[in-house]
Design a binder for this molecule. Structure first.
Ligand code: FAQ
Length: 327
């Protein structure tokens, strides 16, 4: 189903009886809530699953700097510019913690970056949409960081030690990011009719891609069953999507904005909002590399990496010089 499906060696969830002694012992540690650390024995598929997820997550943070970076030079005030600069830098930092967490599993940062640049590694679908107006910056903070927090708070409790610890700081920073986005939208929604219309337009464009961020529906999610068994995933894609929608509806009401879903309504029996059909064909198209900005995003990353080659070379030359001097 997925063009770039990464084979982590997990085809189906095996029963306890089908596990080897070592796999059963590993599963018992996970079930007992003992964190798995880099030097611990782990099934190869667990290691590959984590490399896949953590590297995709790291790439998302790094590519995720681009849509907002686009507005750094056009922020409407010094204060907004300083806030946005801090946020974009935070995302870069998150990418670096995450690359470091993935490196503990035996892959180098160079290898991960090579896979991204070759179009082999995925990053979040959401960053392939354009930021057309200043209101998009507020909407990304509110919705995209909001969705990221919903997904990442449980990751603070995941079974792999380095990933779970990295997530604690990431989530604290994402929480500031979300609030700055909501604050920006509050200002626009209290402003002129044109400013409020700009906020509504941004919401119309970002709502559906934001709820797609949580990944395919549970019955089509390739990795969920095994990742849940290994406590990499503590909640399913649909559970987190529903929580996010339930949390966001009253926030949209507060702003006086309308979510672009005519089927969105409170279901008292379920205790949740019902929502309309998600266009999974659009999601798949973006994931396969054909979204509005996929090519531009990758080309920008590759160029930035190539432009930085002189600096990496200088660091290596300097280290070599110091090594020779010391010798
Ligand atoms: N985009 O079987 P599942 C952020 C792929 S960070 C693209 O359900 P899984 C901060 C999935 O990889 C945002 N591909 O997969 C920020 C798999 O393909 P594969 C990133 C997607 O891993 C804010 C296939 O579909 N967050 O926003 C997407 O169990 C503002 C089947 O899916 C993370 O990465 C998607 N949205 O569950 C930065 C959090 N969804 O690998 C800047 C950590 C699914 O077989 C500005 N990751 N796919 O080729 C996770 O929690 C999980 O990996 C999921 C997907 C929940 C994303």
């Amino acid at each position: 189903m997925y063009a770039q499906m990464v084979d982590t060696g997990v085809k189906k969830l095996r029963t306890r009886g089908e596990l080897s002694d070592a796999e059963r012992a590993f599963q018992d540690r996970v079930d007992a809530g003992i964190k798995i650390e880099p030097k611990d024995a782990m099934p190869e598929a667990y290691r590959r699953t984590l490399i896949r997820q953590i590297s995709q997550h790291a790439h998302s943070e790094i590519v995720g700097m681009l849509p907002e970076g686009n507005w750094l030079t056009r922020a409407p005030s010094l204060k907004r510019k300083a806030i946005l600069m801090a946020k974009v830098q935070d995302e870069g930092g998150h990418g670096l913690y995450l690359y470091a967490a993935a490196e503990t599993l035996g892959i180098s940062r160079d290898e991960m970056i090579e896979e991204l640049h070759a179009g082999k590694a995925k990053y979040s679908s959401i960053f392939n949409y354009p930021t057309l107006t200043w209101a998009d910056i507020g909407t990304i903070g509110w919705l995209v960081d909001g969705a990221a927090i919903m997904n990442q708070i449980p990751l603070c409790q995941c079974s792999y030690g380095p990933y779970s610890r990295a997530m604690i700081r990431v989530c604290k920073e994402e929480s500031f990011h979300m609030r700055q986005g909501f604050d920006l939208l509050c200002a626009l929604c209290k402003g002129t009719d044109e400013q409020k219309a700009m906020a509504q337009d941004a919401l119309n464009r970002w709502w559906w891609p934001s709820i797609m961020m949580f990944g395919p529906p549970d019955d089509e999610s390739t990795h969920s069953a095994q990742s849940a068994a290994w406590k990499i995933k503590l909640f399913s894609n649909d559970t987190l999507r529903q929580r996010f929608i339930d949390q966001t509806v009253p926030q949209a009401d507060y702003l006086g904005l309308k979510l672009p879903d005519p089927d969105l309504k409170w279901n008292a029996e379920r205790g949740h909002y019902d929502y309309g059909a998600i266009d999974w064909a659009e999601f798949m198209n973006v994931v396969k590399g054909n979204g509005p900005c996929n090519r531009e995003r990758l080309a920008t990353r590759v160029k930035a990496y190539e432009d930085g080659a002189w600096f990496r070379d200088a660091l290596v030359a300097h280290a070599e010089k110091r090594r020779r001097k010391a010798a």
